[in-house]
Design a protein around this ligand. Structure first.
Ligand code: GLU
Length: 305
């Protein structure tokens, strides 16, 4: 398949959507992104790479970080993890408080904010004050890139404005579903969200999920086959908040979005993908990113269905 040409066609066809969508403003630093940016990267299991647009430009991974923290927490806790976070789609926005109150402080899944905050808390119980460094090291390992780091300005921007996340963590603390000090856990969560990566690095970091949990280059096992299946399943059913059904319907791949404008996706047994475009749809997912992935699976037939 001529992936370079397919990426070129996608870039041409998405141009008409640049007038749509909105930059997120509840984290002030994210509102400063360049609305016209677009990048898409593919990397196959045998290491062939295809890129278009600003694929070297780093942006904050935001909720894409939830994939890595869920992977790490699942590795340590196995089924025990599901006593504290569920595995069902929420049908609610990413930062909703309502369902959490009804369900006694147990978040529906690890890919909504409340669920990710619980997985970060689980990692804090294991790693203590090293939790953020361990998360970062894991991301560096699966991306095979030791230069990856977080952006302190974006971290501080969210720390000063992430009021709903403070509400979520305090509500869960009141139900005893947060074991560590609220301030420590929320800071680790905001720090992991402020990690900066480009589409090339993010696409590469998905390869273990496309390869039954194994790094295709070093052949080392990141996570076992069964857990890799579960992570992919949850990305398919819960990776885009209350638009997860729509994403599965349009794109047909496991994926995870972040309000920084990135979306990662996995083509099982074939490749990792990442697309970046910072303007979001009303569900908080990259509008053009979703469109580009829909065009990709339509043109290539590479969906899981
Ligand atoms: N840091 C963001 C928040 O907690 C993550 C949300 C997202 O990327 O979807 O609001």
């Amino acid at each position: 398949m001529d992936f370079n040409n397919i990426l070129k066609e996608i870039q041409d066809e998405i141009q008409k959507y640049f007038t749509r969508g909105k930059l997120p403003d509840y984290i002030p630093m994210l509102a400063q992104a360049d609305e016209n940016d677009f990048a898409m990267s593919l990397i196959t299991l045998d290491g062939e790479e295809f890129n278009i647009g600003c694929s070297d430009k780093k942006f904050s991974i935001q909720s894409i970080s939830k994939v890595y923290t869920f992977t790490l927490a699942l590795e340590h806790y196995s089924k025990q993890l599901y006593t504290r976070v569920g595995h069902e789609p929420s049908g609610d926005p990413f930062n909703s408080l309502v369902q959490l109150e009804y369900e006694s402080g147990i978040p529906r899944n690890p890919f909504i904010n409340a669920g990710a905050i619980v997985t970060t808390d689980c990692l804090s119980s294991i790693y203590g004050e090293n939790a953020f460094n361990e998360i970062l090291n894991f991301i560096r390992k699966v991306s095979n890139d030791t230069t990856i780091a977080n952006d302190e300005e974006i971290f501080t921007s969210e720390l000063g404005h992430g009021f709903r996340n403070f509400a979520l963590i305090n509500l869960m603390k009141s139900y005893s579903n947060i074991k560590n000090p609220v301030d420590d856990v929320i800071q680790t969560y905001f720090k992991q969200c402020s990690i900066m990566m480009n589409t090339k690095q993010l696409a590469k970091s998905m390869l273990f999920l496309a390869n039954h949990g194994k790094d295709p280059f070093s052949k080392s096992t990141i996570i076992n086959v069964s857990k890799a299946k579960r992570i992919n399943s949850l990305m398919l059913t819960c990776g885009h908040y209350d638009a997860s059904g729509d994403f599965a319907y349009r794109v047909g791949l496991p994926g995870k979005s972040g309000v920084g404008g990135g979306i990662v996706a996995v083509v099982p047994k074939k490749m990792g993908i990442c697309v970046y475009s910072p303007k979001l749809n009303k569900h908080g997912n990259s509008l053009i990113g979703t469109k580009a992935l829909e065009l990709f699976t339509t043109k290539t037939g590479l969906s899981i269905f």
